[in-house]
Design a protein around this ligand. Structure first.
Ligand SMILES: *Cc1c(COP(=O)(O)O)cnc(C)c1O
Length: 255
């Protein structure tokens, strides 16, 4: 589903408003196809590689939360823009355990929880900071070795251990679909995440909410919405094309 679009770089408030409106229209169209209410779908703008200067313009256009994959980049931006007190930061990329302390300090959400050691480190640091954090468990639905996340069959036992980390508010699941132009390969990743959530809803321990499904990006979020996404993570369709090729983040993106 990738590379079939051309994205427009947003520099002005008007540019951002136009791109955001186009994304919201695509969200509304996808919802209409499956009888969903667009208000159920949260749009998380993904701002990796975008300068603080342009992020301030995005803020002026109404963006109040931003997703980043690298902690250091996110933290620099959060510090540089700390005057925007209602701006929330979501870390959506793989996190090394030794960087948990940084996330605990400033992030509002972490979408890539995939191992107990990391849950422990985050919880301990959050307790020290007197903060809590919304978390999603990342699942590898494509089976690709290059993708992070738990194997689907390991998610239930993992989730059962999470209530002991009281600073983590478990909200649901996150995934990245396979990078493929073929809907027939992408869609099953999304439906697998939804089916997994349905099973977990029955078996999840008290205190663990399984409502959120974070799935879908600029090139494939309509499919994700059709399969039940409650959060879509959209970068290029809002900010414009990135100079950094996707292969720098995900080896299998292959471009
Ligand atoms: C970059 C990124 C996105 C957004 O991708 P776009 O193609 O820019 O929409 C979504 N999720 C994750 C984990 C990402 O790293």
């Amino acid at each position: 589903m990738h590379s079939s679009h051309s994205w427009n770089t947003a520099l002005t408030v008007e540019d951002f408003q136009r791109n955001l409106a186009a994304v919201r229209q695509r969200i509304a169209n996808a919802c209409a196809r499956v009888g969903r209410d667009p208000a159920e779908v949260r749009l998380l703008p993904v701002s990796k590689t975008v300068s603080q200067e342009r992020l301030r313009v995005a803020y002026a256009a109404g963006c109040r939360e931003l997703g980043e994959i690298k902690v250091q980049e996110a933290q620099l931006k959060a510090e540089g823009m700390s005057d925007l007190t209602d701006l929330r930061w979501s870390i959506i990329g793989h996190l090394q355990t030794n960087k948990a302390k940084h996330v605990a300090r400033f992030a509002h959400e972490f979408q890539a929880l995939d191992r107990l050691r990391l849950a422990e480190a985050l919880d301990r640091r959050l307790q020290q900071e007197g903060r809590s954090l919304d978390v999603l468990v990342q699942v590898n639905t494509s089976g690709e070795e290059s993708k992070f996340g738990l194997a689907p069959q390991d998610v239930l036992s993992f989730v059962r251990k999470l209530p002991s980390f009281s600073a983590l508010r478990v909200r649901g699941l996150m995934t990245l679909a396979v990078f493929s132009p073929h809907e027939s390969q992408v869609r099953p990743c999304f439906s697998l995440l939804r089916e997994l959530r349905e099973r977990l809803r029955e078996d999840a321990p008290a205190g663990v909410a399984m409502e959120e499904l974070s799935m879908g990006m600029s090139g494939d979020f309509e499919l994700a919405i059709e399969e039940g996404a409650t959060t879509v993570r959209v970068g290029q369709a809002i900010f414009g094309p990135r100079d950094t090729p996707d292969s720098a983040y995900w080896p299998q993106a292959g471009q």
